[in-house]
Design a protein around this ligand. Structure first.
Ligand code: ZN
Length: 310
């Protein structure tokens, strides 16, 4: 998420009459164009972020209403209670020429905010104008988070965020915006426990983050988790092959459909499928030994091997 530089530059000293009208609806005293500094920023969008989450467009629409009139702070600094800027207008911007990783039309929630041109804000205004304060973060709460692969509530299925299933990247879809707690300029995007805090700091993903100044201390943990993820991916691949193999043995007519479905199944579903197919194989092809025990003879009818001839 970033402040649109051109927006900020464009608006310096050029506050339109309409902007001023909206600002004065929010301010305690009547302000003149010379007393305010305005800029625009992107609060959030429907792109899959580095937490492998994305807002549904309807949630962005709800957030547009929730963020109007909200004050913003610098560096999550609630202690000083210095709420430096206030959003006076929000708008959903659709970009049909841009497609998200989920294959949707790119939509972002753009906001316009104003600050008072007072000495305390001089540094921040200069930083925005200079493009230094580019990153913002928003704290919002949503009522629903569902898996993009199966539509179940996030965490209730076997799909893992960040992994691909049948060429589709698994992520959480955030719906039903309930509240917009805050928006702020941040040096390092922060996480909050309450609700969902979306912190955007450009491309690069988690790998990029651990290589950055802010994420360097997490590099060891990241490497360990990455190694474990590789093991997990190997296990998933093996499970998928097992399901396909067992399907070929006992349910050959379903092989085409099942092998396709297996690509988008999570570990839990694959394990269940494997257990069911194994059961079916043992029913269809019961294990019989040539050495059943003393004084007993296994009766082969010659049909045992036909099942294997596939
Ligand atoms: Zn799922």
């Amino acid at each position: 998420m970033r402040i649109l530089k051109e927006g900020a530059a464009e608006r310096v000293g050029e506050v339109s009459a309409r902007d001023l009208e909206l600002i004065n609806e929010l301010s305690k005293k009547e302000l003149t164009a010379a007393e305010v500094f305005t800029f625009s920023l992107i609060l959030c969008d429907n792109e899959i972020d580095r937490d492998f989450e994305r807002f549904e467009v309807s949630a962005l629409e709800e957030l547009a209403a929730l963020f109007a009139g909200r004050t913003g702070i610098s560096d999550h600094d609630w202690s000083s209670a210095r709420q430096v800027a206030r959003i006076y207008r929000t708008e959903l911007v659709r970009m049909p020429e841009k497609t998200t990783a989920a294959g949707e039309e790119y939509v972002c929630l753009k906001a316009w905010a104003y600050m008072l041109r007072v000495p305390e804000n001089e540094t921040l205004i200069a930083e925005i104008e200079g493009g230094i304060k580019k990153e913002t973060s928003v704290g919002v709460s949503v009522s629903e988070s569902v898996c993009s692969i199966c539509g179940k509530e996030t965490g209730s299925c076997g799909h893992v965020k960040g992994q691909e299933y049948g060429g589709r990247l698994c992520h959480a879809v955030l719906r039903g915006a309930r509240d917009a707690y805050e928006w702020s300029f941040v040096a390092v995007p922060a996480q909050r426990n309450a609700g969902v805090t979306k912190a955007f700091c450009g491309a690069g993903g988690l790998g990029g983050f651990v290589e950055s100044e802010a994420g360097r201390s997490f590099a060891g943990e990241f490497a360990q988790l990455k190694a474990l993820a590789d093991v997990g991916r190997g296990y998933l691949g093996w499970l998928r092959d097992e399901v396909k193999r067992l399907c070929l043995i006992c349910q050959r007519d379903m092989y085409g459909a099942l092998s396709g479905a297996a690509e988008s199944m999570g570990a839990q579903e694959l394990e269940e499928m494997r257990a069911a197919l194994e059961k079916r194989v043992s029913e269809k092809l019961p294990f019989r030994t040539q050495l059943p025990g003393l004084n007993e003879v296994t009766d082969f009818d010659g049909g045992e091997c036909t099942e294997y001839l596939i």
